[in-house]
Write a protein that binds this ligand. Sequence first.
Ligand code: ATP
Ligand code: MG
Ligand code: MG
Ligand code: MG
Length: 569
Amino acid sequence: MRTSQYILATLKETPSDAEIISHQLMLRAGMIRKLASGLYTWLPSGLKVLRNVEKIVREEMDNAGAIEMLMPVIQPADLWQESGRWEQFGPELLRITDRNNRPFALGPTHEEVITDFVRKEINSYKQLPITLYQVQTKVRDEVRPRFGVMRAREFTMKDAYSFHLSEECLTQTYQRMHQAYCNIFERLGLDYRPVLADTGSIGGSLSHEFHVLAESGEDAIAFSDASDYAANIEKAEALAPKTERAAPSKELNSFATPEAKTIAELKANHGVKPHRGVKTLIVYGAADENERRGLVALIVRGDHDLNELKAQSHDLVHSPLEMAKEQDIISAIGARPGSLGPVGLNMPVIVDHSAAVMADFVAGANKDGEHYSGINWGRDVTDYVVADIRNVVEGDPSPCGNGSLHIKRGVEVGHIFQLGTKYSESMNAGVLGESGKNQMMSMGCYGIGVSRIVAAAIEQNNDDYGIKWPLALAPFSLAIVPMNMHKSHRIPEIANNLYSEFKKAGIDILFDDRKERPGVMFNDMELLGVPYTLVIGERNLDNNQVELKNRRTGEKRMFSIDDAVTEIC
Ligand code: ATP
Ligand code: MG
Ligand code: MG
Ligand code: MG
């Protein structure tokens, strides 16, 4: 590809509404553009990376025996009513009606559709087990779309579903999928961890999340330093040995912030002292008429049982004392009366161990139109909350009995579930069993956030100059940068020749044939993260040589022009 015929779309400035590095770099490197909140256009180089991820995911799914298919994005409401999730899913499910006023949903996931397909097509135990997958657009009306494609409202997911006659068979496939996921993340060159997760509202018996380790991650994961034990923070909390805790104190400290403030200001003005036994942070948000969100936090001091607090929290914040404060808060942030409540969550309260939720809240604290600010404050508070989680969990021995627990931040890039018969029972998906009787199928589901992986990979592979793609993900493996091409006769000739030869050799190559200063070209190739750059300059040509630069290591090597293609390919 020649840059003169391409759309490079690189930006010099960091866009002000991009808070985390991957979002900034994806915009600056010309990989994505925002259409509207949580909706992104993939530009050609971004799309190439996305396709690279898809390719690896498909290969490993195929290797694991899964079969690809494709289901519609638009799903009839009656399937969701059958499973009971039409009610349960809440506002994240984007609902539409057709011209005949029939209700539909834009699929956030496809358990209902696949179960409907399988109950119609699979009738006998002889056709089981089977694992089907697709790579498809998912739609979720996220309460706070942010971080670019990391949390988008439309995104690409690989979702696989397996069907079995027995739980043992499900377990086998689950293990095979677990291994396939490990293979995928290895091949993507990512530092990742599979962790135990709660099955939560999805139900089922076993679940793992796959997290790419990154400081900007919205989740916290806990793992042992001396065993394989690893769990997400909610699961770690649930598994942690219970210690005696004092009863919750009623001593509350509350404050309202019309705008995001720094933790320093919080400390100064509200006496918030991190690491001083503050165990629980309860966060409330409120929205004014324009849906601008303010942040309200109630800090509960002392050592509390989190579950007990959760149960009591509704009463706590609605006690007369707190109602008065609620009034103050409402006038302080100009909130709509009665609107005070946790932002976007159908829960009365959020407690501190959900660092992800904290980050969400705080980042959205100064929501101005579609731009979020206050991320620094968010990070500070989140760090502070994570420090607090450490007080609760770390030190505690690992539930497996080996070593102690450590906490790290992660980006959830994959999630697998043993669902059991949850969907097959509610949707009556049975097969003729060996005994001749109808038998419910056991089911597993396995999701990977394909588009999120692109962002997560950038979180782990960047420097001051831009993205440092691992070869497997790079939009181009090699760039040719001819220096001052228009001032020379031999440079364009050699560059054009090499370009054709590399193309012939099957190398995905970007030929920077713009009439730009070398500095501009180098900057763009580094920003875009092309792993290798072949520099063609007058001085080296005098010795019949070209220079190859490695983006990741910075290492430079000289080749004779005649050997360049064979040496590099
Ligand atoms: P999260 O906790 O981040 O909201 P989730 O648990 O709701 O994710 P799953 O239902 O487990 O997501 O979906 C499978 C995968 O899809 C996730 O592990 C994640 O990688 C990806 N994913 C989920 N929501 C989004 C989103 N809004 N944007 C991009 N990828 C997403
Ligand atoms: Mg979600
Ligand atoms: Mg999750
Ligand atoms: Mg999940």
